[in-house]
Design a protein around this ligand. Structure first.
Ligand SMILES: C[S@@+](CC[C@H](N)C(=O)[O-])C[C@H]1O[C@@H](n2cnc3c(N)ncnc32)[C@H](O)[C@@H]1O
Length: 259
């Protein structure tokens, strides 16, 4: 794990100690604290968790747990920088991502999402699908004749790793150039729970064909407010998938159909 520590370190420690007392959180090893000039998050390893909530407030600070062992600490007055924190976070952990997650679990989620799409589109022809927030390209193994998957991710290192895995990958610039209505479906595996901005959802929605669907899981029910955006701003028809077994592991599944 790479480190980037700057002069804000002392302040960060102070806040963290504060929160530890409140949060029943016992750090054994402080691995790294990563700071950019605007955002910061803390990485602790070997933590004993004792009924610790995923998110809690300390004065005007929010401490959010992510991937079980990462803690984002940021001010409630600066919620708009959440995407920046996420971007910095993924740039730093990209190379370690597959070791930090349960790869099989994400693959099973992607498999489930693809099965929904295949059933929904009831297509005997070929399907062209966008993997929105493709990460390290775990969806590559599902590419086959008649099932084209194209990865998109905000993070350049993630895109690079996906490409190395053999997934066809696009960035924002290429996404913009793609003809409207080009995709039969879009899926987002373990992405919506991170969501703070809906900036490019409109662009992605335009690339979806009429009657196409955009589906994703909402891990631990987080990010569910994006459903309103699909319904109200994009005028999508909201579909709830009642897949109890899978939902217990991956969170609720929602789909949005383009009219
Ligand atoms: C938890 S990973 C999931 C990766 C992959 N889909 C999987 O299931 O393993 C989340 C990914 O979403 C990307 N991401 C973060 N914010 C995003 C946003 N606003 N729009 C699209 N992708 C985003 C991150 O760069 C990261 O690669």
């Amino acid at each position: 794990m790479r480190q980037a520590i700057d002069s804000n370190r002392e302040t960060l420690f102070f806040h963290l100690e504060d929160s530890l007392m409140i949060g029943e959180l016992i750090p054994k090893t402080e691995k790294s604290i990563l700071v950019s000039n605007k955002v910061y998050f803390c990485y602790l390893d070997g933590i004993v968790l004792n009924n610790l909530k995923d998110i809690f407030l300390i004065n005007n600070l929010i401490l959010t747990r992510y991937l079980d062992r990462f803690y984002f600490l940021f001010s409630t007055e600066r919620l708009e920088i959440k995407q920046e924190i996420i971007d910095v976070f993924f740039e730093i952990i990209a190379l370690d991502y597959d070791e930090l997650i349960d790869v099989e679990r994400n693959i099973s989620n992607i498999n489930f999402l693809l099965n929904i799409i295949i059933k929904d589109q009831n297509s005997f022809g070929s399907l062209r699908i966008l993997d929105y927030g493709c990460g390290t390209g775990l969806s590559q193994q599902f590419v086959r004749n008649g099932l084209e998957i194209i990865g998109y991710d905000r993070c350049p290192i993630m895109r690079n790793l996906s490409e190395r895995r053999g997934l066809q990958v696009i960035d924002d610039e290429i996404l913009m150039q793609i003809k409207d209505g080009s995709f039969d479906a879009v899926f987002a595996s373990y992405v919506f729970h991170l969501f703070s901005n809906t900036n490019n959802l409109c662009t992605v929605w335009n690339k979806l064909k009429p009657k196409g669907i955009f589906i994703g899981n909402f891990h631990k029910g987080k990010g569910i407010n994006v459903v309103d955006f699909f319904r109200n701003e994009l005028k999508g028809e909201v579909i709830i998938y009642k897949s109890v077994d899978y939902s217990k592991i991956h969170g609720e599944y929602f789909g949005f159909r383009k009219k």
